[in-house]
Ligand binder design. Sequence first.
Ligand SMILES: Cc1cc2nc3c(=O)[nH]c(=O)nc-3n(C[C@H](O)[C@H](O)[C@H](O)COP(=O)(O)O)c2cc1C
Length: 123
Amino acid sequence: MCSVIKGEVIEGKKLGRKLGFPTANIELEVTDSTPNGIYAVEVELDGIEYFGVANIGIRPTIKDSDVKLLEVYIFDLSKDIYGKELRVKLSVWLREERKFEDIDELQRQIAEDVESAKKYFKL
Ligand SMILES: Cc1cc2nc3c(=O)[nH]c(=O)nc-3n(C[C@H](O)[C@H](O)[C@H](O)COP(=O)(O)O)c2cc1C
């Protein structure tokens, strides 16, 4: 797998910050056929490469809307990147997007996803 998605970072609901995993959100075209799910990713921002973990889907736990989003939690990055262009390379598919019972369960799973991605990249 080696699909690359490019896009501009838009404002999310900022719940990610409360979850402890702030994400950069990119709205995908309705016609985008990338399979939903959680991926280990490599991200290029301002010419610098980062690693991270991404979710492509509609976030059934939050019941936000039916808009398909790419959300990336970038490791070791704390600055505000709204409006910036991101290039996201999907390195490996980790799991399906799921509806969790509560936010705590989602938070625990995202922490596991981060560990899986770090293991994959040998970080
Ligand atoms: C690695 C990762 C995995 C995620 N997995 C799921 C999931 O399985 N189900 C789900 O409903 N949302 C999932 N999410 C999305 C979170 O619900 C989302 O990041 C949170 O609502 C924050 O959204 P915001 O940026 O709009 O504030 C995932 C997010 C990340 C970064």
